[in-house]
Design a protein around this ligand. Structure first.
Ligand code: FES
Length: 74
């Protein structure tokens, strides 16, 4: 789904940025340009970014937990 029409940025684009370590909405704006033109997408872009960051953080915790369990078995 396109989130930012002005810059043609999708929810997948935002999720990819979150996975690559973008940690704040300001940083996302600098990297992608999202919500830097008309600004009508800002609320949706912020929500999408926060959801992507939370999902990425949970995935990191799960991976760390699995790594720890595997290390204990070895
Ligand atoms: S729709 Fe995103 S800045 Fe206009």
């Amino acid at each position: 789904m396109i989130v930012c029409v002005c810059h043609r940025i999708s929810d997948r684009d935002i999720a990819r940025h979150a996975q690559q370590g973008i940690s704040s909405f300001d940083e996302l704006q600098m990297e992608s340009g999202v919500s830097t033109c008309c600004g009508k997408c800002e609320s949706c872009a912020r929500d999408t970014f926060e959801q992507a960051r939370q999902h990425h953080t949970i995935a990191l915790i799960r991976n760390a937990s699995q790594f720890t369990q595997a290390a204990k078995k070895a």
